[in-house]
Design a protein around this ligand. Structure first.
Ligand code: NCD
Length: 331
């Protein structure tokens, strides 16, 4: 792994991938490269004039086949702050509703000469399918239960900022507890891949029905007892129950779920005294997280995560379009 202060390989060797389909397949130093690239955008985004025109003349299409607030908006803001023309495809009014296949939609987007396409889709693997059919870089904004790579990157950047970890450095010695609907969560999957790759200790906690079988193979420790999972944790990441992906009954009742797996102030006290609280949103307050925990000053990172999301997406759009923009060393 690249140690603090080390520089990255020159040009495209720092990030040789055409698109960003998942955290799987990324080397630790490639993840750190994207986090380090995002730092300049964190700074720019805090200025009154948030503009850099390096993507001027480029067209970015956001094709979101599933609902989104944070991810869609932040990809749109990210592209615009870099000077690109950003177009959001309105799926509800599109030919998708007339039965057009995903491949035909992909070919249509491709014919419009987009310079990058950002896709969210309800089916795992759908983003890869589109990426195989188009000429430009594709960024996965969440595909089914599979991956949500920019969420994991923004979460890692949030942790690094909040704990003042060095740039280019690993996350060794950090204990992160992820609790909630692990089974249906692409956020959990991408975060597990990202955090373990950076050297953190990851614990996952869920009721038995919401814990994927064989999760140990992802180098995590599974828990069903939330109090035990919290002991000594530096970071507590809460996840929503993804009812829209559940067929049948996975939990006894919301009341019981909150009792066993909800993050209350009392329960948070089992973690390290300054443990950070994270949630990718959307939150179901009073179920997986209490309002007085979600709104904790200093320790709740929930709005900071949103802030880091714009910076990470700017970094990804910049890096992935360097080849087509003919940036030196990226041809
Ligand atoms: C998540 C998603 O869509 O996967 N949200 C997000 O991108 N911020 C998590 C969720 O929907 O629960």
């Amino acid at each position: 792994m690249t140690s603090p202060g080390n520089s990255y390989p020159a040009g495209s060797a720092a990030f040789p991938h055409r698109g960003l389909l998942g955290i799987a397949g990324l080397a630790p130093h490639e993840i750190l490269f994207l986090l380090d690239e995002a730092e300049q955008w964190v700074e720019l985004n805090r200025l009154p004039q948030k503009r850099d025109d390096r993507l001027a003349g480029l067209t970015i299409i956001n094709a979101f086949f599933e609902n989104s607030t944070r991810t869609l908006l932040s990809f749109e803001i990210a592209g615009k702050r870099l000077g690109a023309d950003v177009v959001n495809m309105a799926v509800a009014q599109s030919s998708v509703k007339k039965g057009e296949t995903l491949i035909d939609t992909a070919m249509t987007l491709n014919a419009m000469h987009a310079d990058a396409i950002v896709i969210r889709h309800g089916s795992s693997g759908a983003v890869q399918l589109i990426a195989d059919k188009v000429d430009c870089p594709v960024l996965n904004a969440g595909d089914g239960q599979h991956e949500h790579p920019t969420q994991a990157l923004l979460d890692a950047l949030t942790i690094r900022h909040a704990l003042n970890l060095p740039r280019g450095g690993a996350f060794n010695g950090l204990a992160v507890t992820i609790c909630g609907d692990i089974l249906h969560s692409r956020v959990a999957r991408s975060n597990i891949l990202c955090l373990t790759s950076l050297g953190a200790e990851v614990r996952v906690c869920a009721p038995p029905a919401l814990m994927p079988t064989g999760i140990e193979a992802m180098q995590v420790t599974p828990f069903h007892d939330f109090d035990a999972a919290l002991r000594g944790a530096d970071v507590v990441m809460m996840l929503r129950l993804q009812q829209e992906r559940m067929q049948g009954q996975f939990i006894a009742s919301p009341r019981e779920y909150r009792h066993l797996y909800g993050l209350t102030l009392d329960r948070l006290a089992k973690a390290k005294p300054d443990a950070l609280v994270m949630h990718p949103g959307p939150m179901n307050r009073g179920i997986e997280i209490d309002s007085n925990v979600a709104d904790l000053a200093e320790r709740s990172m929930i709005t900071r995560q949103v802030e880091m999301g714009v910076a990470i997406r700017m970094a990804c759009l910049d890096v992935l379009t360097r080849r087509s923009r003919g940036v030196e060393g990226w041809s």
